[in-house]
Design a protein around this ligand. Sequence first.
Ligand code: PLP
Length: 396
Amino acid sequence: MNISKRAMEMNFSPIRKLIPLAEEAEKKGVKVYKLNIGQPNIVTPDSFFEGLHNYKEKIVTYSDSKGILKLRESFVKSYKASGIDIDVDDILITQGGSEAIFFILMSICNEGDEILVPEPFYSNYSSFSIFAGANVKPIPTTIENNFHLPPKEEIEKLITPKTRAIMFSNPVNPTGTVYTEDEIKMIGEIAEKHDLYIIADEVYRQFVYDSTPYMSTMKMKEIENRVVLVDSISKHYSACGARIGLIASKNHELMNYILKFCQARLCVSTIEQHAAANLINTMDSYLEDVRIKYKSRRDLLYGYLKRIPGVVCSKPQGAFYIFAKLPVDNAEKFAKWLLTDYSYEGKTILIAPGPGFYFTDGKGDQEVRFSFCTNIEDIENAMIVLRRALEEYNKQ
Ligand SMILES: Cc1ncc(COP(=O)(O)O)c(C=O)c1O
């Protein structure tokens, strides 16, 4: 039976592919600290569940393919509070940020088109590009430069007649880098000069630390027609399973094409849209408390990593990840070994190997992503295990 070229080219998620090994380790009674995945362990706000219980309809109908008005209005209100001018008609609700990225790429790319993406990047960017028949063209960034963007000329050199867009997350998954206003403006200038879209994935927008200035790409009024925003409640409100995200853009011509994809999948879960619409009633203190929690976890994890001999990393200014270089020959081999051959006092750790966040072969071989979605105690224990494991691994 035939299997498509597309299916063969797809990669298994680097974040999820070691889970079976972790399960095996757990079956043997080993405690596995999971620092691999961006699933917040923070409690979802009460407002979400209130919204769920307030759904009193007798029939669970399909909803508008664009998303229910109440939800789109609630997003407009919360963007306004952050100084971002988005109207109800600029929004299409999607099944998480994932479907948003998928529909955008499907709408702007033909087979063989290219999307510029700063590397390392959220691994599903290449999966969704494969769906759309597009090729990721990586913009190299380095750990030494805290994964900030290279100069404009370097980026422009990568542009070909097939380039359609620059896509990036800000704050960046997997590095936690927050782009400066100058970097965002530079992306805007490049897009304007070369007639490209900007796909701005801001799903970690609420998690920026140390008063680092944050510039939403939607604030660039002069090029608003090029900007397509990806957003989601998954991380902001610790509601990953609700599958509620959105696409926002002032480019209504493009949005009208994207709407065809929204109509083809009929609608996003009606009840969960109602629940998400009530998130607007979440107390301001919720996000402030979450930010404080993540910041203290980041400080702890960073502090531990810095003290381990041979580890190179910088302090992330946003999101909830640290991307670090470890003193190992091969991060993937090390990550597997941790689960199959190692435990310290009955404990081990699950981490996401670096290569899965790169498109370029051979890059990230010594790097791993640590997520700090776990509690303080688990981070402390995980770091004790990591320090010992590195000593042991390098003795072999
Ligand atoms: C940068 C980035 N964009 C988009 C997503 C997709 O999230 P969701 O589909 O849950 O909204 C993720 C999930 O981890 C992510 O890290």
